[in-house]
Ligand binder design. Structure first.
Ligand SMILES: *[C@@H]1O[C@H](CO)[C@@H](O)[C@H](O)[C@H]1NC(C)=O
Ligand SMILES: *[C@@H]1O[C@H](CO)[C@@H](O)[C@H](O)[C@H]1NC(C)=O
Ligand SMILES: *[C@@H]1O[C@H](CO)[C@@H](O)[C@H](O)[C@H]1NC(C)=O
Ligand SMILES: *[C@@H]1O[C@H](CO)[C@@H](O)[C@H](O)[C@H]1NC(C)=O
Length: 512
C-alpha cells in the first residue's frame, strides 16, 4: 500500500466526470493538498518515531552480530526469523552471566542475566513500562488496542486470585459444557484441528470467569474475544510494512483498523454494558471480573463502555497465552502417550463426583504441573520474557546502569536449555520439575505458576487452574493421538514469538 494510492483514492471524485471542470486547476489543487498533507504528516509522524528509534546503548556491552551501524542493521533484519539463534549466540558469549544486546525490529534489546531479575522485579512500577513492548509489537499508536490503564493487571492481582475458590467451580462447569458443544462428535477416531475448537472452549471458560453465563454463552462475544488479538496482530504487521513517515496517514485505511477492531469494540460494548446495567438496576452482585472492574475502577474509568474496553484487553492478555500453552501440551501428550496415563491417574484420585477439581486440590496435581512446565520449557510462547521498557535510568547494585529508554528482556528459552540449570536440557523429561521440587534451593521455581514473569500475564494463577481443569475435562472425555506418521513439530521463532506449528490430531470420545 502506498501513500500515493491512498491520497489519489481519497480525493476521489473524478475531475473529468464533472464535465466542465478545468483539469489543470484541479490537478494543481490536488497536488497542493497532497503536498501539504505530506509535509504535515512528516512533521506529525517523525517526532515520536524519531525519539523512540534512537535507543541509548551502554558502551562496552557485547552486541550480537557486531556493534557498528551496518552490522546492527543487518542483525536486526535477521531477528525476525533467527531470534532464537541470535540470543543463543549472546547467551553463549556471555555464559549467561552478563548483559548483551541483540539488535531487533524494535531496536537493540538489552538482554539481562537472571541474576538481575529479583532486583528488577522490585523496581518501582512507574519507572518501568510493562506494556511498552506490547505497545510496540502491536503498534498501539495506530491500532489503539492496548490501553495504558493498569486497571486490568491490578484487578487480576488484587481480586481475581483471592476469589478463585468461588470462580473455579463455575469455570469447570463451563469447560464441561463447552467441550461438548465446540468439539466435533468424535464417536470414532476423527481428525480434528484442535486449536480453533480449543480457542472457543478456553475463551468461553475465561468469559465465564469474566462475566458469568451471560458472557460465556454469547457466541459473538466469544468470536470477538478470540479475533481481537489476531486482528490487532495482522494490523500491526501491515503497519510495520509501511514506511514510518507516512504511517499516520495510511493507518486509518487499513481494513483491520477501519473495520475489524472497531467491530470488536462494539461487540464488547454490546455484550458487557447490558450485564452491568442489569446489575445497576437490580442491585445484583456477582463474583466475576466485570464486577471487580466496576467496583475498583477510579473516576474516569467507571463508564460502562470503558469497562467493556478493559474486558477486551483482559481477553487480549489472557486467551492466547492459555490456548498456546495448552496447545503445546496437547501435542506433547500425543508425542508421549504415556503422559496421558500419568495425568489421568493423578486427577482420578482428586476429582469430585462431577469430575471437577475441588477448591484447594489444584496444588495436588504435582505431576501434571511438572508436565505443563516441561512442555513450556521446551516450547515456550516467546523466546524472551520479562520484557519491559525503562522510563528512567536504573543503576543496579553491582553498578551496571540500564539507561532510560532501554528495552530489556530475559532469555527464558536459553536459560531453559542451559545444562548448568537443567541436566540433559534437550530431552523432554516430563517429571523433571517434580524431581526438582525436592531441591530446597530450586523448589520455588519448579511450579508452573512461577514459570515466567511474562508481561501482561498477571492472571497466572487463573491460567494455571484453567489449564489443569481443561486437561481434566479433555482427558476424561477423549482419547488423543497423532495421525500415523505425524510427528511433534518444533516451534518456530518469529521475532520474539516462538510459534506453535499446528498439526491435525486424532480424537475419539471415550466410552465411560
Ligand atoms: C523469513 O522466513 C520467511 C518464511 O520462511 C521468508 O519468506 C522470509 O524471507 C525470511 N525473512 C528473512 C529476513 O530472512
Ligand atoms: C559457544 O561458545 C563456545 C566457545 O566459547 C563454542 O565452542 C561453541 O560452539 C558455542 N556454542 C554455540 C551453540 O554457539
Ligand atoms: C490474519 O491474517 C491471516 C493471514 O493473512 C489470516 O489467515 C487470518 O484470518 C487473519 N486473522 C484475522 C483475525 O483477521
Ligand atoms: C521461596 O519462597 C519463600 C516464600 O515466598 C521464601 O520465604 C523463600 O526464601 C524462597 N526460597 C528461595 C530458595 O528462594
Amino acid at each position: 500500500m502506498s501513500f500515493n494510492g491512498i491520497v489519489t483514492n481519497s480525493s476521489s471524485s473524478n475531475p473529468v466526470s464533472g464535465g466542465r471542470v478545468d483539469l489543470s486547476e484541479w490537478v494543481t489543487l490536488n497536488y497542493a493538498i497532497s503536498f501539504i498533507l505530506v509535509v504535515v504528516s512528516l512533521i506529525w509522524a517523525s517526532w515520536p518515531a524519531a525519539l523512540s528509534k534512537s535507543k541509548p546503548m551502554v558502551p562496552g556491552v557485547y552486541v550480537v552480530g557486531g556493534s557498528n551501524k551496518n552490522e546492527m542493521k543487518a542483525t536486526a533484519k535477521r531477528f525476525r526469523n533467527e531470534s532464537k539463534t541470535l540470543i543463543r549466540e549472546g547467551y553463549n558469549h556471555t555464559k549467561g552471566h552478563e548483559p548483551f544486546y541483540v539488535p531487533s525490529n524494535l531496536g537493540p534489546r538489552l538482554i539481562i542475566p537472571t541474576r538481575y531479575m529479583e532486583e528488577l522485579k522490585s523496581a518501582p512500577m512507574d519507572k518501568v513500562d510493562f506494556v511498552g513492548t506490547v505497545h510496540e509489537v502491536f503498534e498501539f499508536d495506530y491500532t489503539g488496542v492496548v490501553h495504558r490503564s493498569r486497571t486490568v493487571p491490578n484487578t487480576l492481582i488484587s481480586h481475581l486470585t483471592p476469589n478463585l475458590p468461588k470462580i473455579m467451580p463455575e469455570v469447570q462447569d463451563e469447560l464441561k459444557v463447552a467441550i461438548h458443544e465446540e468439539f466435533p462428535p468424535c464417536d470414532d477416531w476423527t481428525e480434528v484441528e484442535i486449536m480453533p475448537c480449543m480457542s472457543r472452549v478456553i475463551t468461553r471458560a475465561t468469559s465465564r470467569m469474566a462475566g458469568g453465563k451471560a458472557l460465556a454463552h454469547d457466541p459473538e462475544w466469544v468470536t470477538a474475544a478470540i479475533s481481537y488479538a489476531l486482528t490487532a496482530f495482522n494490523a500491526s504487521q501491515k503497519i510495520k510494512s509501511i514506511p514510518w513517515l507516512v504511517r499516520r496517514l495510511v493507518a486509518p485505511w487499513i481494513s483491520e483498523i477501519r473495520k475489524d477492531i472497531p467491530w470488536c469494540f462494539s461487540v464488547a460494548a454490546r455484550a458487557a454494558i447490558p450485564i452491568l446495567e442489569h446489575r445497576e438496576r437490580t442491585g445484583e452482585d456477582a463474583t466475576d471480573f466485570l464486577q471487580f472492574l466496576k467496583d475498583n475502577t477510579k473516576d474516569g474509568e467507571r463508564e460502562n463502555s470503558f469497562i467493556s474496553h478493559l474486558l477486551l484487553m483482559m481477553a487480549f492478555a489472557s486467551t492466547h497465552s492459555s490456548v498456546l500453552t495448552i496447545g503445546a501440551l496437547i501435542y506433547d501428550l500425543c508425542a508421549y502417550p504415556e503422559l496421558v496415563d500419568i495425568v489421568r491417574e493423578e486427577y482420578e484420585s482428586i476429582v469430585d463426583k462431577d469430575g471437577n477439581i475441588p477448591v484447594g486440590e489444584f496444588n495436588k496435581m504435582v505431576k501434571t504441573d511438572s508436565i505443563m512446565k516441561e512442555s513450556q520449557r521446551i516450547s515456550p510462547i516467546t523466546v524472551l520474557t520479562f520484557e519491559r521498557i525503562f522510563t528512567e535510568d536504573k543503576t543496579l547494585r553491582d553498578g551496571f546502569t540500564i539507561p532510560a529508554g532501554s528495552q530489556i528482556g530475559v532469555p527464558n528459552f536459553q536459560i531453559g536449555m542451559d545444562p548448568n540449570f537443567y541436566s540433559n536440557p534437550e530431552k523432554f523429561d516430563p517429571l523433571r520439575f517434580e524431581k526438582l521440587r525436592n531441591d530446597p534451593n530450586r523448589a520455588n521455581k519448579t511450579q508452573f505458576v512461577s514459570a515466567h514473569a511474562q508481561s501482561m500475564s498477571f492472571g497466572r494463577q487463573f491460567m494455571d487452574q484453567e489449564c489443569k481443569a481443561f486437561l481434566v475435562k479433555l482427558l476424561t472425555n477423549y482419547d488423543l493421538k497423532f495421525k500415523d506418521g505425524q510427528k511433534r513439530q518444533p516451534n518456530v521463532p518469529f521475532n520474539n514469538q516462538y510459534v506453535l506449528q499446528r498439526v491435525p490430531i486424532m480424537i475419539k470420545r471415550r466410552n465411560l
